[in-house]
Write a protein that binds this ligand. Structure first.
Ligand SMILES: O=C(CO)COP(=O)(O)O
Length: 129
């Protein structure tokens, strides 16, 4: 099963919930991992069995980065808040960098996340046919 990492900054959490609601039938076919608050919220609303790491500011981005570095993540959806400075900015940048190092598809806003999931859906259907 392929793995998708889902991460949202605080001001993007509702957007992430709306996004997951829209795509939940597809997301059920993936192993989902997330930073703690994001993943807990998704689990409370949709029972998608998201595996949670630590919260972003406490090292969750780094934990997901470690999974990216060890090729255990296939896609990353990170709804970032570009208008609020984050205390753990270096961790965020490290995660984005690792996605580029390992050539992992990364979407950092909702529209690109939709496109990413359309692609993931096509790949899934191809693999199943
Ligand atoms: O801060 C985050 C990503 O940088 C998200 O962490 P939480 O999901 O724990 O809020």
């Amino acid at each position: 099963m392929q793995t998708i990492a889902l991460i949202a900054h605080d001001k993007k959490k509702q957007e992430m919930l709306d996004f997951v609601d829209h795509h939940k039938d597809l997301l059920r076919h993936f192993h989902l991992i997330a930073t703690r608050t994001t993943g807990t919220l998704i689990n409370e609303h949709f029972h998608l069995n998201v595996e949670t790491m630590m919260s972003g500011p406490l090292g969750g981005d780094q934990q997901i980065g470690a999974r990216v570095a060890t090729e255990q993540v296939d896609y990353v959806i990170f709804l970032r808040d570009p208008l609020t400075s984050q205390p753990h900015e270096p961790d965020i940048n490290a995660l984005l960098r690792l996605c580029d190092v390992h050539n992992i598809p990364l979407a950092t806003n909702r529209r690109s996340a939709h496109i990413l999931l359309q692609y993931a859906d096509q790949k899934l259907n191809k693999a199943q046919s």
